[in-house]
Design a protein around this ligand. Structure first.
Ligand SMILES: [Zn+2]
Length: 465
């Protein structure tokens, strides 16, 4: 859900009472929703004038033809009077759009789907949009992590990517500030797995096709959705009373480092929960893919996806598991309002690697800090690093240095109480750097502004408190 865009009862009442006006007045109340959310890191992404509550997606994918057909039912609340609104949708052909069951006109403009309902939608109105669509999905070019979006593989497909990927396989308000819950039904040829986020809701087969069902009941940012189809060894169990689903590509060794690292998912999640507070979601898991184009791991909600490069050695790489699972708290449960604050995700996830490595006997946090401090380029800012540097060392490593400086400044007891309180207060929401600093100062009972300025954006090496 988007914070700060809730309509008050008073505004709703005004909208409802305005029924006696002329047609001209009525038309004046409705304007086209904005074509993006004004985030300079992702021009064109997201859309204005509404807030999505839920996506119900039914997709069918045939690896033989690479063709996807989809039916999206999106539950939306207007946050302004809308004559027209837009979804992000890259490629694909839209066959039909309905708003509250009535046919709506639609057209495409680049990666936008513009929908004009038969009647204007008053501010505060909740409505459903059904979109029937299909085609051969494509990746989005130019992501700093490599192409994001829908990749056809030999045996299936992988839809994945940050900061954008969702619009390559369903119509979406593609910005983390508009989180929503999801239900997904994926139909694939019998014998293939179809993995996604959240709680598994069973499978059924008919006429050579199997439908896999998934449900994510906690609000999820669109870039944290994933769809992975293909030949996988799927393991379904429970951990701490919740479903745990891991999947390892059939092309990777059955007892290799990927399988052994993913097998420690529950243990790593428990370690982090002791420090960050209760695990925020209803399911656990992870997916190890074999496709070499996936050169990163991504914290897709409840079920991170790990590229093959993390598992080349003999030893299971649990550091990357700690990083992606830490994001379940930092990034997934508490999400970004804007991409320029991405250190709030990556600085804390990197610090979680340091905590885990200390616990796992690899090296101490103090050593990790010292090693990084020695090689840090202090001219590069951690906050608002620019789109080209959003996955750079200043965000990850300098961000983790700042987290450790905060810990040193306030002491261990206050630091971990601060993290748990922040995550509890902001759970399922979004936040900015200023929100975090304000919260930290409230818990510490003193100004921390000079500390954060020095460690996050100052141009010289600060002294450790
Ligand atoms: Zn990360």
């Amino acid at each position: 859900m988007t914070r700060g865009r809730r309509w008050s009862a008073a505004v709703l009442a005004v909208a409802l009472l305005a029924g006696g006006c002329t047609d001209e007045d009525a038309n004046a109340r409705f304007r086209p929703g904005a074509a993006d959310l004004g985030d300079p890191y992702v021009p064109g992404a997201g859309n204005g004038g509404y807030d999505v509550a839920h996506y119900a997606l039914r997709v069918r994918y045939d690896p033989a033809s690479d063709r996807l057909t989809g039916q999206a039912t999106v539950t939306v609340t207007a946050t302004a009077g809308l004559s027209r609104f837009q979804f992000d949708l890259a490629g694909l052909t839209v066959d039909r759009v309905r708003v509250d069951g009535a046919p709506a006109t639609h057209r495409r403009d680049g990666n936008e789907l513009m929908v004009t309902p038969a009647h204007g939608l008053p501010a505060g109105k909740r409505f459903t949009v059904e979109v029937a669509y299909g085609g051969v999905p494509q990746p989005l070019p130019s992501g700093e992590l490599g192409d994001g979006g829908f990749h056809a593989t030999g045996d299936g497909a992988i839809a994945l990517g940050q900061p954008e990927s969702a619009s390559t396989w369903y119509p979406v308000n593609d910005h983390p500030s508009d989180k929503a819950t999801y239900d997904l039904e994926v139909t694939v040829p019998d014998g293939l797995a179809a993995l996604s986020n959240g709680v598994p809701k069973g499978q059924s087969s008919k006429d050579g096709w199997t439908t896999w069902r998934w449900s994510e009941g906690s609000p999820m940012a669109s870039y944290l959705t994933t769809l992975v189809i293909g030949n996988y060894r799927v393991s379904t169990g429970t951990h701490a009373g919740k479903p745990l689903v891991t999947a390892v590509a059939a092309g990777l060794p059955a007892d290799g480092p990927a399988a052994r690292a993913l097998a420690r998912t529950g243990e790593v999640a428990d370690f982090l929960a002791e420090r960050f507070g209760p695990y925020p979601f209803d399911a656990y898991g992870g997916i190890a893919v074999a496709d070499e184009r996936i050169r990163y791991a991504l914290e897709t909600q409840t079920r991170p996806v790990y590229g093959p490069g993390f598992f080349r050695g003999d030893r299971p790489n649990t550091e990357v598991v700690a990083h992606e699972l830490a994001h379940q708290w930092f990034g997934d449960s508490v999400s970004l309002s804007r991409w320029s604050d991405i250190w709030l995700n990556e600085g804390f996830a990197t610090y979680a690697e340091w905590l885990w490595n200390e616990h796992d006997g690899v090296r101490t946090v103090a050593q990790a800090f010292a090693d990084r401090y020695a090689v840090t380029d202090w001219t590069k800012p951690t906050v608002d690093p620019g789109r080209a540097a959003m996955f750079g060392d200043a965000v990850y490593q300098r961000g983790a240095l700042a987290v450790h400086a905060l810990r040193r400044a306030v002491g261990d007891e206050t630091f971990f109480r601060m993290l748990r309180g922040w995550l509890a207060e902001r759970r399922n929401g979004t936040a900015t750097t200023a929100d975090f600093i304000g919260y930290a100062e409230r818990i510490a009972g003193r100004s921390l502004r000079p500390l954060f300025d020095a460690w996050l954006v100052g141009a010289g090496a600060p002294a450790l408190p």
